[in-house]
Write a protein that binds this ligand. Structure first.
Ligand SMILES: [Zn+2]
Ligand SMILES: [Zn+2]
Length: 300
């Protein structure tokens, strides 16, 4: 009796496991500024943006960061308005500048929830955004975007967003509170740490920064670790104060945390295609390392 009652449950679980997948579109992979020009064509020049699509959806419902790459998200919407959540890792220009140019979200039938890291300053999130996005810095303020927009603070913890379980932890960066995210659909997971400065916590065992608890927790056995690779190890001494990690740290964090794959992300804007090819050549086969490109689509 017990066995026959369990059969349908087991089958449903398996079907659910086989059927639930996520598509991850890398829409912008640069840090600091866009990088146009013939030396940057293969990896792409837009700043940070990653869009996630449930396999039973046609269009992305969760977007991580709103760098200039978010403009490319409109093409994924099939002519429809964006309905979903935009989750910002932090408020630096390269993660926000694309927002008012995301035409799929700036239309009357759009419905957008925008979440920013709580800056712990008693300023409403909409007002915080408006400090960088309002005249004279920009022609319109956030509330003038068309459609139905809500602006809220994200806090550390775990919650459901657009049918994804999202875990939020603060990571060290420079200038404003910065979050790392772990996103799971219950089948697979992606960890997103585009801007991370582990050297502020100390040199760590190899001089590339501390493998601190929160970074390890976000990345633990994740399928894909998308991580800041703005620098390479020999640049840390002169440029570490910009607030970024070396690619070597990202790969070692992936190895220590048991991540399935490390995607090196948030490339320095003057790192050419050839230089990014050379970066990949630094690493062995384990863990699997990928240099993020604007054409990268992962199926998890
Ligand atoms: Zn950045
Ligand atoms: Zn930043």
């Amino acid at each position: 009796m017990r066995r026959s009652n369990n059969w349908p449950l087991i089958i449903v679980e398996k079907i659910r496991t086989w059927a639930d997948h996520v598509r991850v579109h890398f829409l912008g992979v640069r840090g600091s500024t866009p990088a146009p020009g013939i030396d940057f064509l293969r990896y792409g020049g837009h700043t940070s943006c990653v869009a996630l699509v449930h396999d039973d959806d046609d269009a992305p419902s969760l977007i991580l960061d709103a760098g200039t790459g978010i403009r490319r998200c409109t093409a994924l919407l099939g002519g429809e308005a964006f309905h979903g959540t935009i989750l910002l890792s932090h408020l630096h220009w390269d993660h926000l500048h694309g927002l008012p140019f995301f035409s799929g979200a700036d239309r009357e039938d759009a419905r957008v929830e925008l979440l920013i890291p709580d800056q712990q300053n008693d300023v409403a999130p909409e007002a915080t955004l408006a400090r960088g996005m309002s005249p004279p810095h920009f022609p319109i303020s956030p509330q003038e975007l068309r459609g139905t927009w809500t602006f809220s603070n994200a806090e550390p913890g775990t919650s459901m967003i657009e049918r994804f379980e999202v875990t939020v932890l603060e990571v060290p960066h420079k200038g404003g509170r910065t979050f790392g995210y772990r996103v799971s659909d219950g089948h697979s997971s992606l960890t997103y740490m585009p801007d991370h400065c582990p050297t502020v916590l100390g040199p760590g065992p190899d001089g590339w920064g501390e493998y601190h608890r929160d970074a390890l927790e976000l990345a633990r056995t994740t399928d894909v670790l998308v991580h800041d690779a703005f620098l390479v190890a020999e640049e840390l001494a002169a440029e570490g104060f910009f607030g970024h990690a070396a690619a070597e740290y990202a790969v070692e964090l992936a190895r220590r945390s048991g991540a399935g794959r490390c995607v090196l992300f948030h490339h320095k804007p003057d790192r050419t295609d050839d230089a990014l090819d050379a970066m990949l050549a630094r690493f062995g086969e384990t863990p699997r390392v990928t240099i993020a490109t604007e054409s990268l689509v992962l199926q998890l």
